[in-house]
Design a protein around this ligand. Structure first.
Ligand code: HAM
Length: 449
């Protein structure tokens, strides 16, 4: 077949009705697990001012440096063009993640002053200009939760528990791994960064064996050297100073209490010092949930505490903790695990099937049949009516193919007497009913009486 003249952009995909069965399943599990723990849904715009992401994710994060979908703001006609830095700051960017928008909305709505304890969740598309590859797209869906107003490590454990429950409800078994670490408090990070700089300095300069990404990160974001996946860099990271050597007492206790609380979860939880996360806003707890068979891109979920972010975007100091789960890697993992079981999608499949198919036997019956169909839809029943003006026989064949349990047949005789033929498609039984008695009859039928 000749290729279509227009294609979807690279790194995106169309989700056709059959694909959406699984997506709807993921969405309902997300709503269910978030709701079960008392989180309420929020929706923020798909794009924000670029400067929000620069401020919150950090100028040196990969996302801000290389992956933003940015749209310049239109200048009034004839206005002089802005210098590049100003033009960038005043542009809009399609959200690469949801945490910054939630923090912005939290401050803007006055929550920090009036109702600091908020438990929010969101579901929706995010945009990153990444090289598309297995599990990575340029438009992808995240399910995330953000909990504001508590600095307790118990909240961290609750948040991690919600993420885990999402995967468990989808049928993931013991292959799932929760990896936790701490990024300490700001003063701890400063001391740690200094120690790392001293340790790593000899590895940079002429003939450096570090990869190009690490070369750039040494100056700009030293912690990211630690999560480099290049084999030589992993070797060169051996012996790097541990944050725990400089970790303050409070952050250390927070981490210990978190680890104790995580012991209660039914999951493999490991401490992983290489988890430093790619976004600047984290403090104390950071974690990822991995499905190792996916390889280098095995992270299904990432999150952590961001106690400084609300203040950074203009609010009062407010502790907060959250996670985001990517649907794309989750779908890949589910496919490998042969999940979900057909039975898990059956009710969604059933909910798409018509309950009633209204058949018009002759040309003159088409309009009255449409009116009957409209009436059935008003009652809340999923009702189809032929829109291709085919024969009565073809319509009945389609009703059977679509597994509609009821066909309502309207022909000249029924029209003349104000009746309608009701066909129970499974029992293959028909009866004539006065149209005025139809709704009550069908109510009894669908109630299983
Ligand atoms: P993140 O680690 O950048 O964290 O993304 C979270 C998850 O989104 C990843 O583990 C991955 O599953 C998915 N993801 C990221 N980029 C892509 C992509 N290009 N294609 C498909 N999936 C992707 C955050 O976004 C933070 N906002 C998490 C957070 C919430 N921290 C605190 N609260």
């Amino acid at each position: 077949m000749a290729s279509a003249p227009f294609q979807n952009p690279r790194g995106t995909r169309d989700q056709l009705p059959e694909d959406l069965l699984l997506i709807h399943h993921l969405e309902r599990v997300a709503h269910e697990v978030a709701g079960a723990a008392g989180y309420e849904e929020v929706r923020t715009p798909f794009f924000e001012e670029t400067r929000l992401f620069m401020r919150s994710l950090g100028d040196t994060s990969d996302v801000v440096e290389k992956e933003m979908f940015t749209v310049p703001r239109r200048q009034p006609e004839g206005a002089p063009s802005l210098p590049p830095a100003e033009a960038l700051a005043s542009s809009y960017t399609f959200r690469p993640e949801g945490t910054a928008s939630c923090a912005r909305a939290y401050v803007q709505a006055g929550c920090a002053a009036n109702a600091p304890a908020q438990k929010w969740y969101y579901l929706g598309p995010m945009f990153r200009y990444e090289r598309p590859q297995k599990g990575r797209e340029r438009q992808f869906t995240q399910f995330g939760i953000e909990a504001f107003g508590s600095s307790s490590p118990l909240l961290d454990a609750e948040v991690i528990g919600v993420a885990l429950r999402f995967f468990q409800r989808l049928g993931f078994g013991p292959q799932l791994e929760v990896r936790v670490n701490t990024m300490g408090d700001p003063a701890d990070r400063e001391a740690w960064a200094a120690a790392l700089r001293e340790f790593f300095a000899p590895q940079f300069g002429a003939n450096s064996e570090r990869c190009a990404d690490c070369q750039a990160r040494f100056e700009r974001n030293i912690f990211r050297l630690l999560d480099c996946k290049s084999p030589r860099c992993v070797e060169l990271n051996q012996g790097a100073p541990d944050l725990f050597t400089v970790l303050g007492k409070e952050a250390g206790e927070h981490h210990q209490r978190l680890c104790a609380a995580l012991g209660a979860l039914e999951a493999t939880v490991t401490e992983d010092r290489s988890i430093v996360r790619g976004l600047d806003y984290y403090s104390r707890t950071v974690f990822e949930i991995h499905y190792p068979p996916l390889g280098a891109r095995s992270a299904l979920c990432g999150g952590g505490r961001y106690d400084g972010l609300v203040e950074e975007v203009g609010g009062r100091p407010t502790p907060a903790m959250g996670f985001s789960i990517g649907f794309t890697p989750t779908e890949l993992a589910l496919a490998e695990l042969n999940l979900p079981a057909a039975a898990d999608l059956e009710d969604l499949r059933q909910a798409r099937k018509p309950q009633i198919y209204v058949v018009a036997m002759t040309e003159e019956d088409r309009l009255p049949a449409m009116q009957v169909a409209e009436h059935m839809r008003l009652q809340g029943w999923r009702t189809l009516c032929d829109m291709r003006e085919r024969s009565g026989k073809a319509q009945l064949k389609e009703a059977a193919k679509l597994e509609a349990p009821i066909a309502l047949i309207l022909g000249p005789d029924e029209r003349a007497t104000g009746s309608i033929k009701v066909r129970d498609m499974q029992a293959k039984e028909e009866q004539d009913l006065a149209q005025s008695a139809l709704v009550e009859h069908l109510q009894r039928f669908f109630a299983g009486a």
